[in-house]
Design a protein. Structure first.
Length: 139
């Protein structure tokens, strides 16, 4: 049954359309920036210097790796990963509010500023990716 679905002409055409969308330079730029933002988020406790905030450090590491993996999926197989593109803006929003919602030590100004800026960048880039998927879906 799965083999039959993968070779269905509609599935093949849909994947081709998503591959064309992924070849767009603007989409490639968004994917690359999302990857860099995810890696920066993962490393931000050590770069900015709030590694002593254990819970926020772990949150940023895990969510940053998740964003980086999403970006790799979008750039290498957008036709297969567009269905989860909506998670990137949500992770961005979570990153913005995380310093206030995660229990533990009080977040520093550097941690809050970093999370708000990087979270907003991830949310916007995620919305660009979602928008590209929806644009291609409508055609």
């Amino acid at each position: 049954m799965t083999r039959e679905m993968e070779s269905h002409p509609d599935i093949i055409r849909m994947r081709e359309r998503y591959e064309v969308a992924a070849a767009n330079p603007a989409v490639q730029l968004a994917d690359g920036l999302t990857l860099v933002a995810g890696l920066f988020l993962a490393l931000s406790p050590w770069i900015v210097g709030f590694v002593n905030l254990g819970s926020l450090t772990m949150n940023n590491l895990v969510t940053g790796i998740a964003v980086a993996l999403l970006a790799l999926g979008f750039s290498s197989a957008f036709g297969r990963t567009y269905g989860i593109a909506w998670t990137a803006p949500l992770i961005g929003l979570w990153t913005i509010v995380a310093p206030w919602l995660i229990r533990g030590e009080a977040a520093t100004a550097g941690a809050i500023t970093t999370n708000v800026i990087v979270g907003a960048i991830i949310a916007v880039l995620g919305l660009v990716t979602v928008g590209m998927g929806m644009t291609r879906r409508r055609r």
